[in-house]
Write a protein that binds this ligand. Sequence first.
Ligand code: ADP
Ligand code: MG
Length: 336
Amino acid sequence: MLSLKNISYSYGDFNAVKNVSLEVNDGEIICLLGPSGCGKTTLLRIITGLEKGYTGKVLLDGKDVGDVPVNERDFGLMFQDFALFPHMSVAENIAYGLKRRGKQKQDIKKQVTSILEQVGLVGFEKRDVNMLSGGQKQRVALARSLAPNPRLLMLDEPLGSLDALLRDQLIVELRDTIRSVGLTAIYVTHDQKEAFSIADRIAVMNSGRIEQIDTPQQVYESPKTAFVARFLGLSNSFPKGDSSVIKRLMDISPHDFSNADEILVHPMGITISKSEMRTNNEFNGIIQSVVFRGDHSHVVIHIDDKLPLRVTTLESNYAVGQLVTLQIVPEYILPM
Ligand code: ADP
Ligand code: MG
């Protein structure tokens, strides 16, 4: 539906977006995930038409929209903190975009009623938006962006400033509403948990480039670059080097390390046990530190010649200094 072809953009001589290509399919939620400053907002502004002077093409259903003004592109936008109009009621907030488009009063009323049903806010029409909970504010903001029936919804870190617990709830609600309306959406965030929760596919960005586009499961299980791995919190990556334990890990892995700079031992491939060492993909380890987190614990284990592996475990009774055995699934020893 939306197709970006080799988009590059510079602020002066600073390249903020570098040769980005991306296909967004109908009904899909795509996430742009990357650290602050990597060019996510700039890319959204290019898609909306707010930023001119880029190279490459923005195609909507195969047509170049380079010359289509912002307000004729039919896109919905949702920003950080929801940016509701504080002096307007729920209904007035939702009707705002429709009035600007010069719709008839009768039609606006019908549309507002139907949209309130879709987001579960029937009966809230006259409410003061300042008196709503975080979840309700999000629904009003979503309703306001959905009211003009956009073909594409773009959300730029909408949950950015909320506390973690509320974010966890709202992201699921947001996903379910976007899905139930069947909307196509681009969701921008620097938070990988948010991205995992909402996205059908994630585009991981670093310094203006997309490093990997895949489903959340693929991105997590098979990060393509060391940056992606680190950004997702996969910390067990090591320079290829020539320590004997790194050599042994590369030997048992079925993957090709000839072009790799680093080796990643994916946490999904690690299990700890207290049994004796047996097979050739088992390693001796000594527990170096334990952080108890309630339903799980983080442990650091030094294996063989002191390679520190970080492992999350459901077991809560490991002690520093304890000897353990690590099984490492060879497929999860990855070249980066
Ligand atoms: P993100 O949304 O991923 O945090 P942005 O797209 O806002 O990143 O910014 C990308 C880069 O471009 C950043 O390094 C930022 O400092 C720079 N930048 C953004 N807007 C401007 C501007 N108006 N002028 C100059 N540099 C800018
Ligand atoms: Mg931004």
